[in-house]
Design a protein. Structure first.
Length: 160
């Protein structure tokens, strides 16, 4: 069974977002070993300079990459990433499984984004939309899309 992980910078403060992620985690149980890993966010106490932002991203990258195994297929969510439909994402997961990939890790950065180092480690840079979403909501949306991908692969009625 494939492992699917979401590594996120920061934690979910709102109960309704935590409950939504928990619901999708439960729904994914028959399809994969699903896990959400939170790493702490580095905060700036004032408006940071570009150099300070790069320093923050580097510190967050160290935490993120310490959770990534060498053989994992990594998907970084970033604004400049490629857009995929739900069907495209399901095919991406299917192809990974066919090719013997045992672990796919999705990465959601902080409000500053992701470091170039994390992006270079990625097998795919994925954009959820041209719109901007709160990182907490993006986590719920991603969990739902992963669930939808497995439902598509299993030809259920969930995806219409």
């Amino acid at each position: 069974m494939i492992k699917i992980k979401i590594i996120c910078v920061g934690n979910l403060k709102e109960k309704y977002f935590r409950e939504a992620c928990l619901e999708y985690s439960k729904r994914l149980t028959p399809f994969c070993k699903f896990e959400i890993i939170e790493v702490s966010e580095h905060r700036a106490y004032k408006v940071p300079s570009q150099m300070e932002v790069l320093n923050i991203l580097e510190k967050e990258a160290d935490k993120i990459l310490s959770k990534v195994s060498n053989n994992a297929n990594v998907v970084s969510l970033c604004i400049e990433g490629e857009s995929k439909s739900s069907q495209d994402l399901s095919l991406y997961i299917k192809e990974a499984m066919i090719n013997g990939i045992s672990e796919i890790i999705f990465i959601i950065g902080s409000s500053y984004g992701l470091s170039d180092e994390v992006k270079r480690r990625s097998n795919l840079r994925l954009s959820m939309s041209k719109m901007t979403f709160p990182h907490q909501l993006a986590r719920v949306m991603l969990a739902e899309q992963i669930y939808r991908a497995f439902e598509i692969l299993n030809n259920t009625k969930y995806h219409k």
